[in-house]
Design a protein around this ligand. Structure first.
Ligand code: S3P
Length: 169
């Protein structure tokens, strides 16, 4: 890993950004920041409530503002939300402000990991599989555009994924 200012995790829902991020932050002595939790604290509402009241566009505006402010700092382990790469300015900022790891996961593994999750507004529907497939196809080039390193988390629990990732950084 080059000595860039921050270590940044991008990737789809269920890739393990938060769980792996916690372990990487500890290992590298970085300040762990989960962008979604930060947005919730700033707003005083859950991601689900923000989507409900302001729509996805409202959430994306808050996400852009939060990333802009957070990435002014150094020494962060930043776990971004899965859709952070949709915005071109976010992509520019992520690349400029850190070493970016793309945590990859297959839609099948996402479905398994998120089977009991009720907090993701984009998955509040019956055809989760279709949604995840479409997202994987449309977002893959965006993750690739920002990534310094791609790491496949399929079949790995967070502790093993973090250990193997550290060995590659
Ligand atoms: C989203 C992913 C979520 C959260 C929001 C939208 C997405 O974050 O930001 O529900 O568009 O993929 P996680 O990737 O942490 O679940």
């Amino acid at each position: 890993m080059n000595p860039a200012a921050n270590l940044i995790l991008v990737g789809p829902m269920g890739a393990g950004k938060s769980c792996i991020g916690r372990r990487l932050a500890e290992h590298y002595d970085l300040r762990l920041v989960d962008a979604d939790r930060e947005i919730e604290q700033r707003t005083g509402a859950s991601v689900a409530t923000i989507f409900e009241c302001e729509g996805e566009a409202g959430f994306r505006t808050r996400e852009r503002a939060a990333l802009g402010e957070l990435l002014a700092a150094d020494g962060l382990l930043l776990a971004t939300g899965g859709g952070a790469v949709l915005d071109a300015e976010n992509r520019r900022l992520l690349r400029a402000r850190g070493f970016v790891v793309h945590l990859q996961v297959s839609p099948a593994q996402q479905l398994a990991r998120l089977a009991r999750d009720t907090t993701r507004p984009l998955l509040q529907r019956d055809d989760r599989e279709v949604v995840l497939d479409e997202m994987a196809a449309s977002r893959a080039p965006l993750y690739a555009e920002v990534a310094d390193l791609q790491f496949d988390t399929d079949g790995l629990v967070a502790a093993d994924a973090a250990a193997r990732l550290i060995a590659r950084l």
